[in-house]
Design a protein around this ligand. Structure first.
Ligand code: SF4
Length: 291
């Protein structure tokens, strides 16, 4: 049986950078906490925990004077930096440079629009760390839109600037943009011209769907390795399933079902942008042992 790992799968560079930064501090024996899970992958979090990194929440941040706390690739709102400064926490900022740039663009858009009564709209998952970081740039005045129903609270008669969370799906973003444009044209004759749309979906993610579908088509069975709480993982797994119904999602090798591989010739292994390569290799080894 042929078992191959998707060459395009694995961590994006933002996550690689955050993990490298954490490992660098840990290897020097520095006690390190990460504000929230460093990556939406339980197995990788456990690996770093064994090396000495603890995951903390925002409430705990106030009690960590003089301790090193890592900000992960998703970034944080300005209030987190203020909280850390107030309580003497040593922040290590591993925010992905792409997210940092996006935060700056959102902040500038808000500075332009707020005097005009306009709205910053963020297409993203409510409560997602990156989205919280982006909303913080607008004093939490941005409107977060997950689907078409969420656009109802927007004032379409005033200027609107749109951004997307870096890991969201381009198709849905286009649908939301089209609907907002229509509503603005209805609200005011020149309404549609008051809409500015920023393409802020990360290239590391937007290219993944067509790539993973090309990959998934080539194999009898696809094993998609991802943490259950990775939104990017869920989206890419569904993309695999669309083109190859024999696609299964697991978070680790122990979840493989030998029945999936009965009588088949080839298995492709892929994963989310939060899935470590070592985990996909472990899954590949386990499948070969089942054959
Ligand atoms: S998906 Fe893109 S923007 Fe988000 S952390 Fe990874 S590299 Fe950075």
């Amino acid at each position: 049986m042929i078992v191959e790992i998707d060459p395009n799968a694995g961590f994006c560079f933002g996550v690689v950078n955050a993990i490298k930064t954490a490992e660098d501090y840990l290897s020097r024996g520095i006690e390190l906490c990460c504000l929230g899970e460093i990556v939406h992958n339980e197995m990788e979090n456990q690996r770093l925990q064994v090396k000495g990194m603890n995951t903390i929440n925002h409430e705990q941040l106030s009690n960590l004077a003089n301790k090193h706390v890592l900000i992960r690739a998703h970034g944080e709102p300005p209030s987190t930096y203020e909280q850390a400064l107030k309580h003497g926490v040593k922040l290590i900022d591993a925010t992905c440079p792409v997210v940092l740039k996006l935060q700056e663009r959102v902040r500038k858009a808000w500075e332009r629009l707020s005097p005009l009564g306009g709205t910053v709209v963020i297409y993203g998952k409510k409560g997602h760390a990156e989205v919280i970081g982006l909303c913080g740039q607008t004093n939490n005045q941005a409107i977060v839109v997950e689907d078409l129903q969420d656009i109802e609270g927007i004032d379409f008669s005033k200027p609107i600037e749109m951004f997307s969370q870096t890991t969201k799906e381009p198709e849905m973003y286009r649908k939301i943009v089209d609907e907002i444009r229509k509503r603005m044209a209805l609200a005011k004759p020149d309404g549609a011209t008051m809409l500015k749309v920023n393409n802020t979906i990360c290239g590391q993610v937007s290219n993944r769907k067509p790539q993973v579908q090309e990959f998934a088509k080539k194999y009898d069975v696809v094993i998609f390795v991802s943490g259950a709480n990775s939104s990017n993982g869920k989206m890419l797994f569904l993309a695999c399933k669309e083109v190859n119904p024999m696609s299964y999602m697991v978070s680790q090798a122990g979840e493989l079902n030998p029945e999936w591989f009965a009588g088949i010739q080839s298995v492709g292994i892929s994963g989310a942008t939060s899935t470590p390569m070592w985990l996909m290799q472990e899954v590949a080894t386990a499948i070969k042992q089942l054959a």
